[in-house]
Design a protein around this ligand. Structure first.
Ligand SMILES: Cc1cc2nc3c(=O)[nH]c(=O)nc-3n(C[C@H](O)[C@H](O)[C@H](O)COP(=O)(O)OP(=O)(O)OC[C@H]3O[C@@H](n4cnc5c(N)ncnc54)[C@H](O)[C@@H]3O)c2cc1C
Length: 293
C-alpha cells in the first residue's frame, strides 16, 4: 500500500506533487477503483495525491451552449443534478445505476474514464454525448475527444502519474434529441453490465439525425458503431430502419467468451437486441421510462 496520502489544493499543486515524486505518485479521487488496485498489488504508487478538494472539480454548469463538468463530479452528483436530468439525461441515468450509494457518493467521472474499463457506465454515456476532456500536464493543456480517449483495457491517453483531468464538456442538446441506455446485468443494482448500449439522436420530421451508438463490453474499449450511425443518418425513424441497423450491429461486434458475462455468441446476439431496443426508444417507437426528450 502507499506510504503518503497528500491533498492538492489546486491543479498546479497536484502537478507539482506528481512531478516531485517522479512516477512514484498517483492521483486519487473517490478511490473506488484505485484502492482495490493497490490492495491487489496492481498499483505500486508510494504517494497518493487526492484531487477532490481542488476548487471547481465538482461544478456542473451550462455555458455558451455547452455543458461543463468538473472532472471530480461524483456519480451521485451527476444523477441528482437538475441541469443534467434536463439537458443530458443519458449521463444522469447512467450514473444512477453505477454500483450502490456508497460507490456513487465517492466515484467520479474522471475516475470512471481513466480506470478505462470497457463497460464503464458513465464513460459510455460521455462518449455517446461526444464529450471532451481537458487534460493538464507540465507541458500545457489539451482537449481530448472521449471517443478517442481509451486505448485498451485499463489504458487511456492520460498518464495519472503526471497529468490531471480537470474538466469535461459536451454540447447541450435541443428538445428534438432523445437518448436511451439499455443495460443488462445479473442484478439491477451493484452489478457490472453483461452488455451496455447508449444511443442518442435527433429525430427531425420523422428522420434520424446526428445518431450516436456506443456498445460495450464487446472490445477492449467502448465501441462506437459508426457504420450503424451512418446507415441511420437521414433515414425515416421506422422499425425497419432500426432492424437493419441492429442486424449490422451484430456483424460489427465480436465479444469474447466470458465466464462472468456469458458466451461471445450469446452476447453478439444480445448486442443486436439491445441496440434495437435503445433505438426504438430514441425513435419514440417503444414506450420508455428512460428516453427523455
Ligand atoms: C462495488 C463497486 C461497484 C462498481 N460498480 C460500477 C458500475 O456499476 N459501473 C461502473 O461504471 N463502474 C463501477 N465501479 C467502478 C468505479 O466506481 C468507477 O469506475 C468510478 O467512477 C471510479 O472513480 P473514482 O473517483 O473512485 O476513481 P479512483 O479509484 O480514485 O481512480 C481511478 C483512476 O483514475 C485516476 N484519476 C482519478 N481522478 C483523476 C483526475 N482528476 N485526473 C486524472 N486521473 C484521475 C486515478 O489515478 C486512477 O488511475 C464499481 C466499483 C466498485 C468498488
Amino acid at each position: 500500500m502507499w506510504r503518503d496520502y497528500l491533498f492538492a489544493r489546486s491543479v498546479d499543486e497536484a502537478l507539482e506533487l506528481l512531478a516531485r515524486h517522479e512516477g512514484q505518485a498517483r492521483l486519487i479521487a473517490g478511490g473506488t477503483d484505485l484502492v482495490l488496485q493497490c490492495q491487489r498489488g496492481e498499483c505500486s504508487a508510494q504517494v497518493l495525491v487526492d484531487v477532490t478538494q481542488i476548487p471547481g472539480m465538482e461544478r456542473i454548469e451550462e455555458r455558451d451552449g455547452s455543458i461543463i463538468l468538473g472532472a471530480g463530479v461524483t456519480h451521485a452528483l451527476a444523477a441528482s443534478s437538475a441541469l443534467l436530468r434536463l439537458k443530458a439525461p443519458l449521463l444522469s441515468e447512467a450514473c444512477r445505476v453505477i454500483g450502490g450509494p456508497q460507490v456513487r457518493n465517492l466515484g467520479t467521472l474522471a475516475g470512471n474514464l481513466v480506470a478505462a474499463l470497457p463497460a464503464a457506465d458513465a464513460s459510455l454515456a460521455l462518449i455517446a454525448l461526444d464529450g471532451e476532456a481537458e487534460i493538464v500536464s507540465p507541458d500545457g493543456r489539451r482537449w481530448v475527444p472521449l471517443s478517442d480517449f481509451h486505448t485498451g483495457v485499463g489504458l487511456c491517453r492520460l498518464d495519472p502519474t503526471r497529468e490531471v483531468m480537470t474538466t469535461l464538456r459536451f454540447s447541450a442538446f435541443g428538445s428534438d434529441y432523445r437518448a436511451a441506455q439499455e443495460r443488462l446485468a445479473r442484478r439491477k443494482v451493484h452489478a457490472l453490465p453483461i452488455m451496455n448500449v447508449a444511443a442518442l439522436a435527433a429525430v427531425r420530421e420523422g428522420r434520424f439525425a446526428d445518431v450516436r451508438i456506443v456498445v460495450a463490453p464487446v472490445a477492449p474499449t467502448p465501441l462506437r458503431l459508426r457504420r450503424c450511425e451512418e446507415l441511420l443518418e437521414g433515414r425515416e425513424a421506422t422499425s425497419e430502419a432500426i432492424r437493419e441497423a441492429a442486424d449490422l450491429a451484430v456483424s460489427l461486434v465480436h465479444p469474447r467468451d466470458s465466464l462472468l458475462r456469458g458466451s461471445g455468441e450469446y452476447r453478439q446476439a444480445l448486442a443486436g437486441v439491445m441496440v434495437r431496443r435503445a433505438l426504438e426508444r430514441v425513435a419514440g417507437i417503444a414506450p420508455s421510462d428512460r428516453a427523455v426528450a
